[in-house]
Write a protein that binds this ligand. Structure first.
Ligand code: ITT
Length: 188
C-alpha cells in the first residue's frame, strides 16, 4: 500500500470518511490528540488547505494530507463558503434562506498532499445540489441534513454514508489525489 500519510483534520467525521474511502489504497492515520489547532487565515479554500498542511507537516515532521471544504450558496453571495465551519450550521442557513426561491448550492473540497514547500499536490472536488426547506435524515455531519444532491430528492443525511462515499466533493477530490500520488514518494 506504500507510505503512510497523516490526514491532518480535527473533524472526526472527515477522518472516518477518508479512512473508509482510502481503505486498501492509501495508508492514512489521524492527528495525535494533543496537537494544537492549525491557523486558517485565508479567504479561500486553497490557502487554508495549504496553511493547515504546512502547519502540521512542520509540527509533526511527517508528510501530511489536509483538506479545506465548504458549502457555497450563490443566492447568499457564496456564504457560508470558506466560513462553513463557523457559520452556525443548518439552522442558521435555513433561516438565512427562508425567503429565497433560488436554493442552488454546491460543496467544494480542496485537498493538498504536502511533502515539502517544493513538493505538494492539490486536488479539488465539487458537488452540486440544492438546500432543503427543512433538515431531514440522521447520517453524516455539518450540512448533510439540508443538502439535496442534484438528481435526488433525499438529503445526504437520508441517502447515508455509503451512498455519500461514491458521490461527495470529498470523495471526488480524494479519488483524483490518489491517481496523482501514484509513483510519488512522500520523501523529499
Ligand atoms: P478541519 O479544519 O480540522 O479539517 P473543519 O470541520 O473545521 O475540520 P473546514 O475548516 O474545512 O473543516 O470546514 C468545513 C465545514 O464545511 C465543515 O465543518 C462543515 O460545516 C462543512 N462541510 C464540509 N464538508 C461537508 C460535508 O461533506 N457534509 C456536510 N458539511 C460539510
Amino acid at each position: 500500500m506504500g507510505a503512510k500519510w497523516v490526514f491532518a483534520t480535527k473533524n472526526p467525521h472527515k477522518l472516518a470518511e477518508v479512512q473508509n474511502l482510502l481503505e486498501g489504497i492509501l495508508d492514512i492515520e489521524g492527528l495525535p490528540s494533543d496537537v494544537p489547532e492549525a491557523p486558517e487565515p485565508h479567504a479561500d479554500l486553497y490557502g487554508n488547505a495549504l496553511a493547515k498542511a504546512t502547519f502540521y507537516a512542520q509540527h509533526l515532521g511527517l508528510p501530511v494530507i489536509a483538506e479545506d471544504s465548504g458549502l457555497f450558496v450563490p443566492a447568499l453571495g457564496g456564504q457560508p463558503g470558506v466560513q462553513s465551519a463557523h457559520f452556525g450550521g443548518p439552522a442558521r442557513l435555513l433561516e438565512a434562506m427562508r425567503d429565497l426561491s433560488d436554493r442552488r448550492a454546491y460543496f467544494t473540497a480542496v485537498v493538498v498532499a504536502y511533502i515539502s514547500s517544493r513538493k505538494y499536490f492539490f486536488s479539488t472536488g465539487f458537488w452540486q445540489g440544492e438546500i432543503a426547506e427543512t433538515p431531514r435524515g440522521s447520517e453524516g455531519f455539518g450540512y448533510d441534513p439540508v443538502f439535496i444532491p442534484a438528481g435526488r430528492k433525499e438529503t445526504v443525511a437520508e441517502l447515508g454514508q455509503a451512498w455519500k462515499q461514491h458521490h461527495s466533493h470529498r470523495s471526488r477530490a480524494f479519488r483524483k489525489l490518489v491517481k496523482m500520488l501514484q509513483g510519488i514518494s512522500p520523501q523529499e
